[in-house]
Design a protein around this ligand. Structure first.
Ligand code: GLY
Ligand code: MN
Length: 464
């Protein structure tokens, strides 16, 4: 938790940005049951609630009266019966004091404040809820059916929250650096463990343990797979085989709630084949190119397109693509090999603020998300500003089902040699992901030390 002044200043900044006035309603998360009510998942606070109210405990709600400036924290003190199970916890009044809030009330008083605002015709601003419990709570408070809630979310609040959370302060950057260091430990451990005969699960379980040893756990479900062409592969049952590649995409969340997200791809037996090296080095060149280009004022969509250019040129060099690079790029032919975007914002969420809506987070009035093949999967296309943190994660994959579909449809056949591509079935995929922070003059990579990334570094590390 940061100092109470941080949360007070964030709330003040938010209220200044909500020009229409009214009441801001922010729900913290409640415990989520796993298989029966008393067994819950590890508690995860809502990131926006935590950003403005700082408290990492369930069943709290905050309001900000934009017109009077009054902030209220709603929650119930624990009864002795509850303390038997949870141990003593601070009172809601004490929690409020820690984050600079003097008005605290029981949850039963919340509806009264909402009803009074609605009666007076004042706007009640809320963000899109993503959990069932909070949809029901909002629905009950506002008298709006759960399915209709998306029609009533406050765009003004969404934009105001994004305009604060999208630029990371020095204390937030320090937390992101910590998350990156845990990521370093996770990935270098995966590299040390990777060898023929090891089951993917052994690595996935070990690195999750590292994330928990040093922080709050994984920032998302890790991808540890020999079938790296399946982008979000959460199956860990394969036994690693010599000659294959292992793709490891994992990151940690710090105790204070900040994330990292890295991907490395390594040869199972510690030595890349020539064919693996060729593909690997194209992806590495695309990753490096993104760092060369990213700076304030640049559209991240243009950085994505430049990374795609590097991939097209590289694949042309290997005879997998052909034709004019600009024409191939314009028709989205590279999406056969990289069907995802170059990266996403990162912060308290691994895909930062994705719950608020990409339209407001990764795009804006200037840059709408395109529906065009080759850029349609890009989550972040906006103009870069100092303080923004995002991932750089180009990749090349050989996805048999996608290749078969394009081949059958004749899609981009002028730019792709399908016969040559089919020879790569079974290759898997390569993705290389780092975290980038935009500075006043350019960018820097987050993390005190870079996870080994060149062919030579990875081979030397795995040999050691
Ligand atoms: N690291 C997983 C993702 O970015 O979707
Ligand atoms: Mn990522």
């Amino acid at each position: 938790m940061f100092s109470k002044e941080t949360y007070m200043s964030r709330r003040k900044g938010l209220m200044e940005r909500v020009e229409r006035g009214g009441l801001v309603l922010m729900l913290g998360n409640v415990e989520a049951s796993r298989n029966y009510p008393a067994t819950t998942y590890h508690f995860r606070q809502d990131s926006t609630f935590r950003y403005f109210f700082g408290i990492d405990l369930p069943d709290l709600v905050g309001t900000m009266d934009v017109d009077s400036g009054e902030v209220t924290l709603y929650g119930d003190d624990l009864t002795v019966d509850m303390i038997i199970w949870t141990g003593p916890q601070p009172t809601v009044k004490e929690l409020g004091e820690r984050v600079g809030i003097t008005v605290t009330k029981p949850l039963s008083a919340l509806k009264e404040q909402i009803d009074a605002a609605i009666r007076k015709g004042r706007p009640v601003h809320f963000l899109p809820p993503y959990r069932g419990d909070n949809k029901l709570r909002l629905s009950g408070l506002l008298g709006i059916k759960p399915v209709a809630l998306p029609d009533y979310i406050s765009v003004e609040l969404a934009l105001a929250v994004v305009s604060l959370r999208d630029k990371k302060s020095a204390e937030e950057i320090a937390e992101l650096e910590k998350a990156c260091e845990i990521g370093y430990l996770m990935h270098t451990t995966a590299m040390r463990m990777c060898r023929p005969g090891v089951v993917e699960r052994e690595i996935a379980g070990t690195i999750e343990g590292i994330a928990l040893m040093h922080g709050a756990g994984n920032s998302f479900t890790p991808i540890v797979s020999q079938n790296g062409e399946t982008l979000h592969n959460h199956f860990y049952g394969n036994t690693l085989e010599a000659g294959r590649l292992l793709l490891c995409d994992a990151g940690a969340e710090t105790v204070s709630g900040y994330s990292s997200d890295f991907t490395r791809t390594m040869p199972v037996n510690g030595k890349f084949t020539e064919r693996q090296k060729d593909i690997y080095n194209i992806v590495l060149a695309a990753n490096n190119r993104a760092f060369e280009l990213s700076k304030p004022g640049m559209l991240y969509r243009d950085v994505h397109l430049e990374a795609a250019r590097v991939i097209i040129d590289g694949l042309k060099g290997l005879g997998l693509m052909r034709g004019d690079t600009e024409e191939a790029l314009a028709s989205g032919a590279h999406a056969l090999f990289m069907p995802h975007g170059l990266g996403h914002m990162i912060g308290m969420d691994v895909h930062d603020m994705e719950d608020i809506g990409e339209k407001y987070v990764g795009y804006d009035l200037e840059t709408e998300r395109s529906t065009k093949l080759g850029v349609s999967s890009l989550r972040m296309g906006r103009r870069l500003q100092p303080g923004m943190a995002m991932t750089v994660e180009p990749g090349i994959y050989f996805i048999p089902a996608l290749v078969a579909k394009w081949r059958n449809e004749g899609l981009n056949k002028e730019f792709i040699d399908f016969d040559a591509v089919e020879k790569y079935f079974g290759f898997g995929g390569v993705r290389l992901e780092d975290v980038l922070l935009i500075t006043e003059t350019g960018n820097r990579m987050l993390g005190v030390r870079r996870i080994p990334i060149t062919v030579e570094e990875i081979e030397a590390f795995m040999a050691g």
